[in-house]
Design a protein around this ligand. Structure first.
Ligand SMILES: [Fe+2]
Ligand SMILES: [Fe+2]
Length: 141
């Protein structure tokens, strides 16, 4: 994979990380009902990981000679707690898919350090996805 193509893909990933931060902050504000305190806390607890991912990607893009994206990917609209959890699960699974592909492309490009970092991020996103899946598993409604 050419360097510019890799930079473009990493910039897409960066905009999704910004989107994830927006998603968690707004969903935390919107959580309702008796589980509101736990849900808001659960959503907000993901923000530092996503911010760290965004910071890593922005730095890497600059290191590769690119210009980091400064726009967030659109966030899925969700009105209910359950819809928010489902949207989060989908977004985390999507991040796992993207980083799995990106780690492969980084290897192909010859940047082992980037590949390893992306694999670490797959671990983070799969942890987020698993926690969300477990909350949804016995969701009352
Ligand atoms: Fe992330
Ligand atoms: Fe995540």
């Amino acid at each position: 994979m050419e360097k510019q193509k890799l930079i473009d893909r990493l910039n897409e990933d960066l905009s999704y990380e910004f989107g994830a931060i927006v998603q968690y902050v707004t969903y935390a504000a919107k959580a309702t009902g008796p589980y509101r305190p736990q849900l808001a806390q659960f959503f907000l607890a993901e923000v530092p990981d996503e911010q760290a991912h965004a910071q890593f990607l922005a730095n890497k893009i600059v290191a590769l000679g690119g210009e980091p994206a400064n726009k967030a990917a659109p966030v899925t609209e969700a009105r209910t707690n359950r819809a928010m959890l489902e949207a989060v699960l989908e977004a985390e699974r999507d991040a796992m898919r993207r980083y799995t592909e990106r780690a492969r492309q980084a290897e192909e490009f010859g940047d082992k350090g980037l590949a390893v970092q992306l694999e670490d991020m797959i671990r983070d996103e799969s942890g987020h996805a698993e926690e969300t899946e477990r909350i949804l598993r016995d969701w009352p409604l």
